[in-house]
Design a protein. Sequence first.
Length: 230
Amino acid sequence: MERRLSTGCPSLDEVLGGGFRFGEISLIYGEASTGKTILALSCCLEYLKRDMKGKAFYIDADHEVSTRRIIQMTGGDSGFLTRLIVMRPNSFREQTEIVERLLTIIPERPTPVVVDSITGLYRLRAGDPEETFQASKELNRQLGFLSEAARGNGAAVLLTGQVHGIPGTGGSQVELVAERLLRYWSDMILRLENTQTSGVRQAVLEKPLDRGRICRFAIGSAGLTGVDLD
């Protein structure tokens, strides 16, 4: 039976066909406050609950993950902190160095590897017109190393992606930052959206072929819970 990385939310796992796949790159993207970080963190913690000897690797490029939040999501159990390896780059160059080093530190067994977000520090560098080409080249290099971590080491690589307004739409329409590269390298793509109900988000599976599958979930202190579609 194919092993999957559970989100901890049964209805979301169902949309994903059982969870995110090991041996592949999965992309979670959406606007700010749609639950990208909580979902990625929930996947890591769910894995650590089920595999008491396992480790999860989390590149917190946006510096959004706190010890307090982790303990809150684990019901006060701080024991997970020693097995959740959190790395925090301060520049896009540092992010590249960490990604390249991953292949030497992750085990050759199914392991979660998160980059949250893959494009936050990239945006800062690519914002300089003279650096855009080099930044894109470096991002492509990072994605190549992450692909090797997935396919060579069997990791479930989760990327979170930011969005920006499409020029000429006045911000009414958004698209992925570095969309071409991220869609090329990602085997599975999940879009998160806000809804009109406070605290409830919507997840839409865009890739693979069974794209368009939808579920809703709520974000609470302990993580994610499914919400019935209207």
